[in-house]
Ligand binder design. Structure first.
Ligand SMILES: [Fe+2]
Ligand SMILES: [Fe+2]
Length: 256
């Protein structure tokens, strides 16, 4: 990619806004250093360290009884995060950084579940700087990954907000790894009961809606709130940061 193309995909945030509140021009969104590479999601996905770290992270969490955190989760979160920012008309490079952040956000689970946001962030830094990503872009991705867990994370950039929304939206039957239904814990049951999960961005109304279909043969709607209340609070903060209203719609009933 030429230098001129690099500049073309890193236009200032303000220039892309269409009627939405002016977004903070977060450091790094407006300028890719000409000495740096435009690192792509394809490069990240095929990087041998990324492949190995995601594989080990999911294997470790599977052994501990957690839901799926492998390539499916990584890819889906990246895709949703990018899509949210695209629908809200952020610059193309901002979508791309959100997709990369989404793909790498859980790699630290291969070290330990505890503080995995911080370990994932530092691991991503090493990988992305090795691939030639400019420091300002690395900083945005490190910040987003380091803030994606509800215990201590807050959205302070569009990339971090999109990552939070995408990660917390991934509740779905396909994430359940426990093969024995009789041994399901509440997280398995709620995930298994969720047959559809969709983030719908309605830019003209400034609304980001999380739409879920929960099969109440497996879990009650109240159980979703029981285990995910902190997550929903975090998602609301992230959506508010993007200048939008959060709506939670479960089985065609609006809860917020
Ligand atoms: Fe995580
Ligand atoms: Fe995650």
């Amino acid at each position: 990619m030429s230098v001129s193309e690099k500049k073309a995909v890193t236009a200032p945030v303000e220039s892309a806004s269409k009627g939405l509140p002016a977004k903070e021009a977060a450091p790094g969104v407006t300028a890719v250093q000409e000495t740096g590479n435009v690192v792509t999601i394809e490069e990240v996905r095929r990087d041998p360290e990324v492949v190995a770290f995601i594989q080990q992270a999911n294997a470790s969490l599977f052994a501990l009884g957690f839901t799926e955190h492998g390539q499916r989760h990584a890819g889906l979160v990246g895709h949703i995060a990018a899509n949210v920012l695209e629908r809200l008309d952020y610059p193309e490079r901002t979508h791309q950084l959100a997709e990369i952040a989404g793909y790498l956000h859980d790699i630290g689970n291969c070290i330990h579940r505890q503080a995995h946001a911080q370990s994932s962030s530092l691991m991503a830094w090493r990988i992305l700087s090795r691939l030639g990503m400019p420091p300002d872009e690395c900083a945005l991705i490190m910040n987003a990954i380091g803030n994606h867990e509800e215990e201590r994370g807050t959205a302070t950039t569009p990339v971090s907000a999109a990552l939070i929304i995408a990660d917390k939206a991934d509740v779905h039957r396909s994430r359940v790894q426990n093969p024995t239904m009789a041994e399901f814990d509440i997280h398995d049951r709620v995930n298994y009961a969720t047959t559809r999960s969709f983030v719908r961005v309605r830019p003209e109304e400034k609304v980001v809606a999380l739409e879920l279909e929960i099969d109440t043969n497996y879990a009650q709607v109240i159980e979703y709130f029981e285990i995910f209340l902190d997550r929903m609070t975090m998602v609301r903060q992230a959506i508010t940061f993007l200048g939008c209203e959060f709506q939670l719609i479960i089985n065609d009933t609006r809860f917020s």
